[in-house]
Design a protein around this ligand. Sequence first.
Ligand SMILES: Cc1cc2nc3c(=O)[nH]c(=O)nc-3n(C[C@H](O)[C@H](O)[C@H](O)COP(=O)(O)OP(=O)(O)OC[C@H]3O[C@@H](n4cnc5c(N)ncnc54)[C@H](O)[C@@H]3O)c2cc1C
Length: 400
Amino acid sequence: MSWDQLPILISGAGIAGLLTAQALKRLEIPFIIFDRDESVSSRGQGWGITLHWALNDFLSLLPENIQHKVFKCQVLEDFHLNDSGNFVYINAGTANSLVHIPPSKRLRVRREQIRKTLLEGIDVNWSCKTMEVRATDAEVTVLCENGRTFTGKLLIGAEGSNSATRRFTNPDNYQLYDLPVRFLGSTVILTHEEYEEVSKHFDSLLFQGTIPSNDTFFWFSLLSSPAHNGTNFYECQVNFSWNCPNKTAEKFDTVEDKINVIKRVSSGLNENLMFLRDKMVAASDRFMEIRLSDWPYADFDDKQGKIILIGDACHAMVMYRGEAGNHAIADVKLFIDLLEKCRKQEISWPEMIRAYKDDVKARAGPAVLLSRQACLDAHNWEKLKDFQLNKSPLLALRKK
Ligand SMILES: Cc1cc2nc3c(=O)[nH]c(=O)nc-3n(C[C@H](O)[C@H](O)[C@H](O)COP(=O)(O)OP(=O)(O)OC[C@H]3O[C@@H](n4cnc5c(N)ncnc54)[C@H](O)[C@@H]3O)c2cc1C
C-alpha cells in the first residue's frame, strides 16, 4: 500500500497535535484530528508558556499568516521587539535576587490563545475521546467514547500527560510518577500601579523564588495586559508549591482547606510580596491545582510502525524548567522532517519510526528527569542558595 493512502490520525488537539496538523496540512498530507473536549475553550487552561529553544522550529512549521498571529499571543504586546526582561530567581524571604540573567530569544505566550491560533484552518472533530486502539498489519483504528471510529495509516498519540494511546502502547508502565510536591495557583487582578511595582523590582513577564524558612516555591507571571483584556487591569498568575511527602495527610479537600494550607506555606514570604498572596487567596474561585507528575520513559511500542507518541504523552515533565512545550515542538519538527524524507523515499517507513523513537528517547527522557530534579531543588533552599556553586538544573540551563 502507498504510504499516504490512509490519513494520519492525531488524537489530541493541544499544542503538539495542532502543530502537527498545521504541518501536515502544509505538506498536503491527509490527516484527521480529534479531541475529547467539546471545544477549544471548554476547559480553563489559561497559563503562559515560554517558547525559547524551539521557537524557530515552531514558526518554521506554520504558514506565514499564522506565524504573524503567534506574535499576537504574547502576554505583553510586542514584547519581542525589545525584550528587556530577565530570568529572575529570588530569595522569596528577602526579595533579593539570586539570579538575574538577560534573556535569550524567547516568546512568552498565552497557551489558550496559541491553541486558538493553531486551530485556524484545522477542522477538529470535537467530543471524540479516544477509548480504545486497534492495530493490524495494514492500519490502525481508534474507537471513541461517542461511538465514532477513525482508521488511518498511523496514529499520533498527542493527548497530553494522561495519554489514552500510551495505555495501549505501554500497558505495563503507562502510569505517571507523582512527585512529593503539591502545587496551587490562581489568576489575580493587578492595578496598573501594582503591576508597575512588580515589573520594576522583578520582571515584566515572570519571576520565581524560594522561601528559605520553609522551602516553599513562589511564582509570579503575567497573563494579559489591558491592551488584550480590555479592562484597566493586569491579569497575573500567583502560584505556590511546597514539599508534601504524604498528600493524604494534608487536608486539602475544600476551598477553606486550601486557603489554610496556602497561608501556612506562604509564611515567610517577603512582606512586599504578601499582597500577591492575599490576592491569590481572595481569588479562591479560580484556584488551579496542578498534579506534579511525570513519565520519564519516552519510549513506547509502536505496534510495527502504526503508532507514535508526541509531546506530553511521550514525556510528561513538570514545569520547573519551562521546556515541556518546547520538547513537544521539537518532536513535531523531528517527525515532520522524517516524514518528508520518507515521502521522498530516502528512508523507509520503519526507518522513519525508529529514527523518531531514538531521537525522542535520547533528548526528552533525560529532560524529564532534569525537570524532576529542578522541581525538587526549587523546594530546597540549602541546595539553591549559593548560585555560583550550585549545579541545580533549575538554574543551570539559564546559567549558560
Ligand atoms: C503552569 C504551566 C506552565 C508551563 N510553562 C511552560 C513553559 O514556559 N514552557 C514550556 O515549554 N512548557 C511549559 N509548560 C508545559 C506545556 O504547557 C505542555 O508541555 C504543553 O502544553 C503540552 O502540549 P501537548 O499538546 O503535548 O498536551 P496538552 O496541551 O495536554 O494537550 C492534550 C490534548 O489532548 C486532549 N485529550 C486528552 N485525552 C484525550 C483522549 N482520550 N482523546 C482525545 N483527546 C484527548 C486534551 O483535551 C488536550 O486538548 C507549562 C505547563 C504548565 C502546567
